[in-house]
Design a protein around this ligand. Sequence first.
Ligand SMILES: [Zn+2]
Length: 333
Amino acid sequence: MISQSPDTKIPAEAPIRAPSSVPVDDAVLPFEIDALDLRGRLTRLGPALDDILTKHDYPTAVGKLLGEAIVLTTLLGSSLKFDGRFILQTKTDGPVSFLIVDFQAPDRLRAYARYDVARLKDGQSSGALLGKGHLAMTIDQGPDMSRYQGLVALDGGSLEDAAHEYFLRSEQIPTRVRLAVGEEFRGGEGGRHHWRAGGMLLQFLPKSPDRARQADLHPGDAPEGTVTHTVAEDDAWVEGQSLISTVEDVELIDPGLSGERLLYRLFHERGVRVFAPLPLRAKCSCSRDAVSSMLKSFAPKDRAEMVKDNKVVVTCEFCSSVYEFTPEEAGVE
Ligand SMILES: [Zn+2]
């Protein structure tokens, strides 16, 4: 029998590209492995990440953690098909008490972290830096649409752990995430280092939902003492997880290894299709006008308290841009 039904899995922008051997930074590369019903995205960040992190001069551990949050945001937010916004935030009791990454489709990224330098210690893991609290992901599709917010508890684990928990509990899509951030040292620039990062998201999306059962979901409310049977995961997903687990941090951030080559290295035996990269850039949305209207929304008393040396100075927390106003411009009487 000859079937003429169209394959709905092929996206409109489908052409399969010849693998580029030239590494492309600041982009998300979508890919598919049809034989295993896997879909994924690979992020490589160079100058955009370096721009965001160096504007703040963060301690290395804080920069690395914020870098992980930025990569995770690009993996999750780059699937937005509208002119929307994806915001990832953490609020926790650890040395890094607050992180925010703001992704505005199609390509704008900005982020900052709040931390207590006195509580930073050498060798703290991401989980120890965050401590306990929660991670919130907000999708904002504009004024006429409802906002979606997903919450995950943070309990001493990493952002990778939190992402797995989120997909298991909320989306119920078998998902693995890898995040890596590093510093690259080059000669000839006074020893200045450059931040780089990479990450990968892999999801199992079989046509039959029955195949998407995950091993660590409890089988049900069987009476106490009943032997619980472990749910067997689908062979394709077992293979997918085993393949992504072999990705090393150094491969994710290697400036000499293109995303296509990395995907080919991992998945060539099963055949991997790579789609056009989605570019990313570091760009804050603050402006003098926006800061000015924010000042005007404050109570007159609060505005008056902001005057120092006969001027009002506002620094953008995202990009460290400084905006100066005379008391008259700031609406102080
Ligand atoms: Zn700004």
